[in-house]
Structure formats: structure tokens, C-alpha cells
Design a protein around this ligand. Structure first.
Ligand code: FMN
Length: 193
């Protein structure tokens, strides 16, 4: 009799936890920040945004974005090159748009254009996602001449010559703004719940 009761107890606990699991797992699903970066400033921006989200997000390069089943929300970030998103991000969206569109929380771009003049890049990003994200933000990045590929070096040299501006290294990244954006995203998630 005792054995039967213990058996019944175990069966009901297992049964209950099986029913409880999907809802619990859904609630626990994390956020993934998928970024594409040629020279590191978009990667750095993604890391700072994740930091602002108090450990509730992981940042991964688009090249390492595997199965997204374990993530409830997705944030996408890309550097801007010749007025376009990074080619890896374009390819990612072409092949996996459906997978991310219903989880898309935010997009961000990292560019040389002042953020308040970069709305066009954000609109282009949202257009490629075919979904309007809850939040969009532009950040400034860096140019480190020593990192540039010979082709990019030449193109930027020609560009700066044509606009009669000096071709110099700069670092306009802003950690505080990235942390702030991370916090805003967290608030949005709470509002949505
Ligand atoms: C080849 C090249 C082309 C660029 N073209 C643009 C551009 O069209 N518009 C812009 O705002 N910034 C442009 N930038 C600046 C980059 O968007 C900026 O440096 C950004 O921080 C790069 O991100 P990353 O470090 O993740 O590669 C260009 C940079 C490079 C190297």
C-alpha cells in the first residue's frame, strides 16, 4: 500500500511538472542580441547593451547565431558601410527572417553619421526585417585605420578627400548611451508582459 502511494505521488509530481514546464520555460527564455561588425565597434556596442540589460541578454556575432529556439526575444545590430547594412546581416535576414520577425524587440545601427541623422539607416533595417521593432536606435562607432582592409582604407581615403575632411582615427562610442538603451529595452519587456 505504502509503495503504491509513493508510486502515485511520484507519478503526480512528474505529471504536474510536465504540464507546468512549457509555461515556465517560455517565461525563462532569454534575449539574444545578434550583431554584425567589420571592425569591432558594433560588437562592443552589443556587449554594452547586454550589460545594460543586467545579464538578461547574450550578444553573439551573426556568424555564430545557431538555433534561436531557446530565446524568446531577438535584438539585431549592424554596422553601416556605404549606406548599407553589413552583408552578413543582409544574408541572415534573407534566410532567417521568418524565424526572428515574431521575436524582434529592437534593432540598432552603428555608423559614422551623427545618430540624430541616421533614421534612414534604421528605417532601412526595419524594412529588411519586414516588422516594426518596438525600439530602434543609432549609435556612433569608431574608425581605426590600422584595422581597415586595404579596400576599405582606400575607399575611406577617397571619401574623405572628396568631402575635403581629414581621414583620421576616431572613437565616438558611448558606453553610457548603450547601457541606457539596454535599460530601456528591459523596461519595454516589462511593459509588454
Ligand atoms: C568602408 C566603410 C564605409 C562606411 N560607410 C559609412 C556610411 O555610408 N555611412 C555611415 O554613417 N558610416 C559609414 N562608415 C562608418 C562605420 O559605419 C562606422 O565606422 C562603424 O562604427 C563601423 O562599425 P564596426 O566597427 O562594427 O565595423 C563606413 C565605414 C567603413 C569602414
Amino acid at each position: 500500500m505504502k509503495i503504491i502511494s509513493i508510486g502515485l505521488f511520484i507519478v503526480s509530481i512528474v505529471g504536474l511538472s510536465v504540464f507546468a514546464m512549457p509555461a515556465q520555460a517560455e517565461g525563462q527564455k532569454g534575449v539574444i542580441i545578434i550583431y554584425s561588425s567589420r571592425y569591432g565597434s558594433t560588437a562592443q556596442t552589443a556587449e554594452w547593451i547586454a550589460e545594460g540589460m543586467e545579464g538578461k541578454a547574450v550578444a553573439v556575432s551573426v556568424k555564430d547565431a545557431g538555433d534561436l529556439g531557446g530565446y524568446g526575444k531577438v535584438i539585431l545590430g549592424s554596422g553601416i558601410y556605404f549606406d548599407q547594412l553589413h552583408s552578413d546581416m543582409i544574408a541572415f535576414l534573407e534566410t532567417r527572417r521568418e524565424e526572428v520577425s515574431n521575436k524582434l524587440l529592437a534593432v540598432f545601427v552603428v555608423c559614422g553619421t551623427p545618430p540624430d541623422q541616421a533614421q534612414g539607416y534604421l528605417d532601412m533595417f526595419a524594412e529588411k526585417c519586414k516588422t516594426k521593432p518596438l525600439l530602434m536606435r543609432a549609435f556612433n562607432g569608431w574608425t581605426k585605420k590600422e584595422l581597415l582592409s586595404p579596400e576599405d582604407y582606400k575607399s575611406l581615403e577617397e571619401y574623405y578627400k572628396s568631402v575635403k575632411e581629414p581621414f583620421e582615427n576616431y572613437d565616438n562610442t558611448d558606453r553610457a548611451k548603450c547601457l541606457e538603451f539596454g535599460k530601456e529595452i528591459l523596461e519595454k519587456i516589462r511593459d509588454v508582459k
